[in-house]
Design a protein around this ligand. Sequence first.
Ligand code: NAI
Length: 447
Amino acid sequence: MEADVIVIGAGSGGYAAALSLSKHGKKVILIESEKAGGVCLNSGCIPSKAFLYMASQYYNKENEKIGITCSSKIDLVKFQEWKYGIIQKTIDNILAGCKKAGVEYISGRASLMPGKRGKLDTGIEFSAENIILATGSVPRSIPGFTFDHSRILSNEDILAMTEVPLSICIIGGGAIGVEMATFLAKLGSKVTVVEALAKILPNTDDDVSRAVVRSLKELGISIHVNSMATCGETGPGGLQVHINTCPEDSLAFDKILIAVGRKANIEGLGLKDAGIEIDEAGFIRVNEKMGTSQPGIFAIGDVIGGAQLAHKATQDGLMVADTIMGIESDYSMLTPYVVYSDPEVASVGMTETEAKGIPGTIVKRYYFAALGKALAMNDTRGFVKIVAAENGQILGVHIVGHESSNLIGEALLAIEKKMTVKDLAKLMHPHPTLCEALGECARAFKD
Ligand code: NAI
């Protein structure tokens, strides 16, 4: 088989690259060993958002304050049917998109050989002018905890569950830990989170992290930061876990979820044969244009490490496609960050702590509690925080609050287009909306 470009991995990054290249007249083959859509669609973003939605519907079912009382019960078998239905619809759309764009989609496991060549598990060999590696990432564990997929679980096991665990110890207070803690607690599980570093969501703004901790605690979740867990024996009450900062010798849990990050999905990819280097953390080493150590072979998305986010993988895919087509591309785009806690967290640009090193930076907050729409939606939690330079240029926006995932787009545009707080303050925001909080926050800066 021969093509202009062979893309290995049909997740967010690989699919975007394949489509863009094909649209510009390249002959593209897209190879996928599992299901189209990758981790994001099949065992990541989309199923976890479906879980969060379902859990919220269940958790918010009764709200006497606004005049609703009713009863409901959870049927996770039914939920899984619905969830797999959404996934299948999207897989069908991806496959139809490939067909329409003229991308040849092949189901099979690819491995590389020296030169810009490789073979499928069926033995069929392929070669191309350019190869893009977009094989994503897989869950990683920690010493003492081996995934058995029945008691010691990965996020993928949780997303496939048909019963709510009575209790669960989540190791890792990053994005997966926080999102899964949120929906599991809403579904009635007794949740404990153990985080090695000093705060939950270690890479977020300090105030945002504190707000998330408050909301997790309101859901009844126990949180242990600066803590390490050790797995013990299985006793009558479940798996024994020792948490070094807990006074008890050990606590018993029905299940354990390991959410301590993900490793590159490169097993069997033939990187060594192809002479492609990996870095100390086991991710494919790339240059600033995502070229690997072999000319003509690129790597994008989770498999190169850094921010393991679907939208970042898509952006990588589009940029690499441009590079292959000889189009100048901007590799310095900001990466927005969203965590679906309740309320949600959304962030782009510099945090307050990062800005402290820059003289003259100013930080203002606006609380949703002052906003009519938030009051009318009975959710006044959270705030918008804008970090601006001395000349008013917006450097960072951090939001914790209802629907902040949908509010961050405006902030992203403002920063990318180098807007000042004055520019943002002048925009006429529709009323009543939550995005008014951005305008109000911008107006809090002095002229
Ligand atoms: P993560 O890197 O976000 O968080 C892992 C957490 O585990 C860190 O806070 C780390 O300090 C902690 N940790 C590491 N070793 C530990 C240990 N031995 N004991 C206790 N804590 C330990 O990784 P996570 O949550 O597994 O997510 C994987 C990737 O997927 C991340 O890159 C994440 O950004 C991405 N993701 C993004 C989402 C979103 O954008 N909404 C949702 C879910 C995942």
